[in-house]
Design a protein around this ligand. Structure first.
Ligand SMILES: Nc1nc2c(ncn2[C@@H]2O[C@H](COP(=O)(O)OP(=O)(O)OP(=O)(O)O)[C@@H](O)[C@H]2O)c(=O)[nH]1
Ligand SMILES: [Mg+2]
Length: 413
């Protein structure tokens, strides 16, 4: 079995507690990647060392740990450049990986479907490309050349890089087909007025467990990061007249490799295109606030922050009672996907969201219909309004059950 040493790294400007929490999480990730963690060490620097990322003194310390503990892998909790990885490997004489590479390895072990495998491969290739630049610079400097010199290594490297780029192109093309299929399915759901909810949240918060509890369909549940990679959409029964589906998808984590986000575009679009988000939070986790922060930051980056969210605090069965009074976000509900507690309340909330769902539409009120327009403003949220010589043209959000009342004024697009 691989025996790993985990190295926490951070700058003096960062809170020490954060560096430690990140390191604890890295240990979990390394264990999830089927390695044994035999030791860990932290370094706090005033600035990163371009050669090794960490200081030379720390490199010596790690070297000693490797010998004492019989380790054969070192994992650094920070992005390494290709050059830094090679310098560290040369110095330490064992394999060196960074946090992104560990996450990508877990993903590649978990990927089961054709789409999942392609997405992981794409992320890995995109991660590899910039690291290769360093290798080339290195090989040049070893040959005594410099930047801009054409060394014999250059052509081989350029060839490798081209091959990778071609493979990336090919995978993108294949994934485009997957994306189109997904988009078509969503369009069909939209036309049949099926409302969609997407479960999102930190990895291991209980999204798949909640899908299973809500829909009664078996999901893959495991106490490990990134058990779920591929999205799964299931029908949920909320009562007569409520047609809805719930999608479970890949979870998020601190310092998620940006290549993964990009490669998982087709998967993430399922959440992006859903009507509502259900943000699942592990209430029992001591770092739940940081988890929420990480998820919300990714939501912002993905431009999901305008979407309506239900905050679902899960695992109430094992969370300390006082945790319930230290939460944020609204509307919120406390549940246990394991025992079923609070699930009815969540379902009621989902029904309420469906009932109150608004659609964006355009309307026109002629000059003689200004009284109607006045009444309309009480039923709808105006987005924009343009008055002209013949009347008023408005764009507004209106509840679905009120569309009938105003349909004579609506403009079909
Ligand atoms: N005690 C308790 N455990 C729960 C609850 N919900 C989920 N779990 C456990 O939490 C672990 C993770 O659950 P999953 O449903 O796989 O979590 P996930 O969010 O889908 O995780 P990933 O797919 O890996 O991102 C499993 O061991 C579950 O049994 C709950 O309400 N209470
Ligand atoms: Mg899951």
């Amino acid at each position: 079995m691989t025996k790993a040493i985990c190295v926490g790294v951070g700058l003096k400007s960062e809170p020490v507690s954060k560096i430690k929490e990140n390191l604890m999480e890295l240990v979990e990730l390394v264990v999830a990647n089927d390695c044994e963690v035999v030791g860990s060490i932290t370094q706090i620097l005033s600035q990163y060392n371009p050669t090794f990322l960490i200081g030379t003194g720390k490199v010596e310390e790690i070297k000693k740990m490797i010998q004492d503990l019989g380790a054969n892998l070192v994992v650094i909790d920070h992005q390494l450049s290709g050059g830094q990885t090679r310098n560290l490997e040369k110095e330490l004489q064992v394999k060196v990986l960074d946090r992104s590479q560990i996450i990508l390895e877990i993903f590649s072990k978990r990927a089961k479907t054709f789409e999942g495998k392609l997405q992981v491969e794409l992320a890995q290739l995109m991660d590899q490309l910039p690291r290769m630049v360093g290798a080339w610079m290195d090989s040049l400097s070893r040959q005594g050349g410099g930047i801009g010199t054409r060394g014999p290594g250059e052509t081989a490297l350029e060839q490798d890089k081209r091959r990778i780029r071609e493979r990336i192109q090919l995978i993108r093309k294949k994934l485009e087909v997957v994306r189109k299929n997904r988009a078509q399915n969503r369009e069909m759901r939209k036309q049949s007025e099926i409302v969609s909810f997407a479960l999102i949240g930190y990895t291991n918060s209980g999204k798949s467990s909640l899908l299973q509890r809500l829909t009664g369909k078996t999901a893959f549940i495991k106490n490990q990061p990134f058990a779920t990679l591929d999205p799964m959409t299931r029908k949920i029964f909320l009562g007569p007249g409520f047609q809805a589906v719930v999608t479970d998808t890949v979870g998020f984590i601190r310092k998620i490799p940006p290549q993964l986000i990009e490669a998982f575009k087709a998967t993430l679009e399922e959440s992006e295109e859903s009507d509502f988000l259900i943000h699942v939070i592990d209430l029992s986790h001591p770092q739940r606030d940081q988890h929420i922060e990480v998820v919300e930051k990714i939501m912002e980056e993905l431009k999901w922050d305008h979407k309506k969210v239900i905050y679902v605090y899960n695992k109430v069965d094992i969370a300390p009672i006082e945790a319930r009074f230290q939460v944020k976000g609204y509307p919120r509900v406390f549940v246990s996907a394991l025992t079923g507690e609070g699930i009815d309340t969540l379902k009621e909330l989902m029904k309420e969201m469906i009932t109150n769902k608004t659609v964006e539409m355009e309307f026109f009120f002629a000059l003689h219909q200004q009284q109607d327009f006045f009444n309309f403003t009480r039923d709808a949220d105006l987005i924009s309004q343009n008055s002209g010589p013949t009347g008023t043209h408005v764009k507004a959000r209106i509840k679905k059950d009120l569309i009938g009342r105003w349909s004579q004024f609506s403009i079909q697009k």
